[in-house]
Design a protein around this ligand. Structure first.
Ligand code: SAM
Length: 583
């Protein structure tokens, strides 16, 4: 899989003693720093990574005074640290002086505070620095390094972590960039590092952030400490008194970031060897993903069949495809079903990735289970869209549900999925599913008052056949046909791109104007544009957190690969910029 960004200009490109350094000017993400072709920083979303590598630790121990940053040559981590007047000294140990000088010139956004008087810059290898540093010298160590390849390799070693333990004070905290768990190689390295740190530090947890331009749209961080637990010992009140404006981090999201989907919890508990076999299924993804990120927009792939999906005007998602199983233009759209080693079979509509066998479980579980956890006595359900069928598959797992009406515009999508994507479309021909082809908005208008307990709006895509639904009138009709404790769940998009953000604001504004309770939650979906998607939860009476019935839901004993009652809570804890967008 390739994620490619349209580049306007290559501003700088040189090999240093340690690595290839490139600075690119892009259409959509501003200036970009890559090292050895790997994405390091973009001006558009660097705030996410730098907020999350600094503020959680400062919230757990607001008394931190002496900090060691290893790596961090772009300066973003130091910038966030210098916002704390309580911090007296920052030693920044960067192996490659050229990275710092290049960023000082081309990336003032992140490098602006490298000349703060409290910052002491040292050009040295982090592994040597921690070896010679004194016992209990630091309150916080942040390893803002490259991945465990090349110069960064030693920063993921047991010896390095043991020295970090030695040079940290009693309440000391170690934070490190921990790759991600979505691609084989990254996930294995992340798990190996986690196991090493867990063997040295009494407290060792992982937390994540949704960083659109990182592999799979997610970055993972390690939090390790001798004494402080990142949740139990967090000092939210004191941190909020600092009055820092942060565009991603907030004390609510702090908790959510440590709550993980089931497949991640399972992966972290799995013995490494078994996990590696598991990872082999995903092995090729990581490698080719990174290498080609920094290339100009015209990839050359020889004879391989690559399918190009559009994420936005200037970003593309390219997938190496083994077979093109189905390709038809229906009355509504171009329908393609592809087979690839990485994603299994994928459904593309008008060149957009709609679902694939690898991570479809995330979006379908995120659409269905939160509502059923809030109202376990849902009986009558209306599904609008989702011709691929994953929503009804998840709904059919509830014996309490007696009726499912499904309205979708394009019959050809349903037929193609029933034939080529049986794993997802399995329940489309279930006797309890009343499948209708037509316009969902018209169906709702003709439906009787209070005839449904749950309405799930999951458009296959935001134009053509199903555009009519996104009107205020449509949501008013939904309100009318829902029962007293009825719930409306809508799949929004990810607000990372301007058009999607504007549309989401519109829809959310309309629903908020009609339903007394209207909240938004988030799910990390590796193959979705920006790596995550938002969902709207609206109800006449039920609050998705206060009224969630976790005990009843867990008693159902459903095996879910993504959803669990922890991630239910975490999903509603949104980054600051998303809250701002929603108003
Ligand atoms: N956010 C980025 C990521 O997640 O991959 C990291 C950004 S930062 C630019 C990484 C820095 O680590 C680079 O400037 C690199 O030179 C530095 N680095 C790599 N290995 C190092 C080592 N052994 N000691 C000190 N700095 C190192």
């Amino acid at each position: 899989m390739l994620f490619s960004i349209k580049i306007r200009e290559l501003l700088y490109s040189k090999k240093s003693a340690f690595q290839q350094i490139d600075i690119l000017e892009s259409e959509e993400f501003g200036r970009i720093l890559t090292l050895d072709g790997l994405m390091m920083v973009t001006e558009k979303d660097e705030f996410i990574y730098h907020d999350m590598i600094v503020h959680p630790a400062m919230c757990v121990n607001p008394m931190i005074e002496k900090v060691l940053v290893i790596g961090g040559g772009d300066g973003g981590t130091v910038r966030e640290l210098t916002r704390y007047k309580t911090i007296a000294r920052i030693d920044m140990v960067e192996i490659d002086e050229q990275v710092v000088r290049v960023c000082e010139h081309f990336l003032p956004l992140t490098s602006a505070k490298l000349n703060d008087p409290r910052v002491h810059l040292h050009f040295a290898d982090g592994i040597d620095w921690v070896k010679q540093a004194k016992h209990a010298e630091y309150d916080l160590i942040i390893v803002d390094s490259t991945d465990p390849v090349g110069p960064g390799k030693t920063l993921f070693s047991t010896g390095f972590y043991q020295n970090c333990f030695r040079i940290l004070s009693e309440n000391g905290i170690l934070i490190n960039q921990h790759l991600s768990l979505c691609f084989a190689w990254d996930a294995l390295k992340a798990r190996q590092a986690h196991a090493k740190i867990k063997g040295i530090f009494p407290i060792s947890k992982l937390y994540q952030a949704h960083t659109p331009t990182y592999a799979s749209g997610s970055s993972l961080f390690g939090f390790a400490s001798k004494t402080l637990d990142p949740i139990q010992d967090a000092n939210f009140e004191l941190w909020n008194q600092f009055g820092l404006e942060t565009r991603y981090y907030n004390t609510e999201l702090h908790i959510g970031a440590f709550l993980h989907p089931s497949y991640i919890n399972k992966l972290l508990d799995m013995p490494i060897r078994k996990a590696w076999r598991q990872h082999n299924l995903l092995r090729r993804l990581g490698a080719c993903f990174d290498v080609l990120r920094s290339e100009q927009h015209t990839p050359a792939y020889g004879l391989d069949l690559w399918f190009e999906a559009h994420w936005s005007k200037h970003t593309r998602f390219l997938m190496k495809t083994d077979k093109h199983l189905y390709s038809e233009k229906s009355a509504f759209q171009q329908i393609d079903i592809l087979e690839s080693e990485e994603f299994g079979r994928s459904l593309m509509l008008d060149g957009r990735m709609i679902a694939n066998e690898k991570d479809e479980f995330i979006v379908h579980e995120a659409l269905v289970h939160p509502a059923l956890c809030v109202n376990p006595s849902v009986e009558k359900v209306l599904v609008i869209g989702n011709g691929v069928g994953g929503v009804v598959r998840e709904l059919r797992r509830y014996e309490t549900i007696s009726q499912i009406d499904m309205i979708t515009a394009d019959e050809q999508v349903v037929c193609a999925c029933a034939q080529w994507l049986p794993q997802i479309a399995a329940k489309l021909n279930d006797p309890q599913v009343h499948l209708q082809f037509g316009d969902g908005a018209a169906w709702v208008t003709n439906a009787k008052e209070e005839s449904y307990d749950l309405i799930l709006v999951a458009p296959d895509k935001k134009s053509g056949a199903e555009e009519s639904r996104f009107t205020e009138a449509f949501y008013r009709e939904c309100f009318r046909v829902l029962s007293k404790d009825g719930i409306l769940v809508c799949r929004y998009d990810s607000p990372g791109f301007a058009r999607e953000a504007y549309e989401m604001q519109q829809i959310h504004g309309e629903i908020k104007g009609i339903f007394p309770i209207c909240k938004v939650y988030l799910a990390h979906i590796p193959t979705h544009a920006q790596g995550y998607s938002l969902f709207g939860f609206a109800s006449k009476t039920l609050d998705p957190i206060q009224d969630a019935d976790f005990a009843s839901w867990n008693r159902l004993g459903l095996e879910t690969a993504y959803y669990n009652t922890d991630i239910h809570l975490g999903a509603f804890m949104l980054p600051s910029y998303v809250k701002e967008l929603l108003g």
